[in-house]
Ligand binder design. Structure first.
Ligand SMILES: [Zn+2]
Length: 296
């Protein structure tokens, strides 16, 4: 009898736990989807390999790696996305858009989103406030002109930030930022108010696994299969929590044949799950803005 009495508080706890599940995530995606996924590509081209940004010089071999992005990788990536009928987001420095307008039009023409990624991929920390503000204006002008659509998403070059970056983005009419690592779900910034954040993570970025550092030889190249396994783990955990998966990739990196084959398989594997909402950053941001209640 005594034992039964002592069981009651435990039972009550279980009953309450059933009424109020421990999982804090109460996300509800459109049409009952169980997860939202964004595939994002930062089309840096030559810009990350310049030794001298003003003179635009660098090791010719490294620079050629940059050209691989728009010239070779982009058409192959677009073919993979088309095969799976998926729309993605490409963040593009406006200098790159001017050098490779054909690639930008091809991307936009296939229904993908074009977002801003600085002008020459210079860290905002190296710019004055006026110079940084000018990069937003330049991005809006150039990307809008070439793609036919005003960019609404902003990813800072190398995720580098000044104290003014987010305010400048909001003031320049951007709807969302995809730069911060303080959450694993989209949320609405308090300051600047209303700006949506689509958080990123190194674990969901192709660069830490594949970007070989030719100067120091410090970075190790991983097999595509090992990265696919990590990304599948991340997807599964997010899926179980009605969560969000935001992949950051670079055409010059993910566009190598074996890695692209992995991406192809990985997209197919994700889409094999029930209730996967795979879409552009702007679609997610518009949805979150409509909800206005998902701040962590
Ligand atoms: Zn970049």
């Amino acid at each position: 009898m005594t034992a039964r009495i002592h069981q009651w508080p435990v039972r009550l706890l279980f009953m309450l736990a059933g009424l109020f599940p421990l999982a804090a995530n109460t996300a509800e995606w459109p049409d009952g989807a169980k997860i939202a996924v964004t595939l994002t590509f930062d089309l840096d081209a030559e810009t990350v390999w310049w030794n001298d940004v003003d003179a635009m010089t660098g090791n010719p071999s490294s620079i050629s790696h940059g050209r691989y992005g728009p010239n070779v990788a982009v058409p192959k990536i677009l073919a993979v996305l088309e095969k799976h009928n998926v729309r993605a987001t490409f963040f593009i420095p406006s200098w790159v858009a001017e050098q490779y307008p054909g690639a930008v039009r091809q991307i936009a023409g296939a229904g993908h989103e074009i977002g801003a990624h600085g002008v020459k991929h210079i860290s905002p920390l190296q710019l004055t406030r006026e110079q940084e503000a000018a990069t937003f204006a330049e991005s809006v002008r150039v990307l809008g002109q070439i793609s036919g659509k005003r960019p609404v998403g902003y990813r800072a070059p190398s995720w580098a930030f000044s104290n003014e970056t987010l305010k400048l983005a909001a003031r320049s009419g951007f709807l969302y930022s995809s730069n911060l690592m303080d959450a694993d779900e989209p949320y609405v910034h308090d300051n600047p108010p209303g700006l949506i954040e689509l958080p990123v993570s190194w674990v969901l970025d192709d660069a830490p696994y594949f970007w070989f550092d030719e100067d120091s030889w410090n970075k190790t190249i991983h097999s595509a299969a090992s990265v696919e396994a990590i990304w599948q783990e991340e997807f599964s955990a997010a899926y179980d929590n009605n969560g969000y998966l935001n992949l950051t990739m670079h055409p010059q990196i993910i566009g190598r044949p074996a890695r692209l084959r992995m991406l192809d398989e990985f997209i197919g594997w994700m889409k094999g799950h029930e209730g996967v909402w795979m879409t552009t950053g702007s679609s997610i941001a518009v949805f979150i803005r409509g909800q206005q209640g998902r701040s962590p």
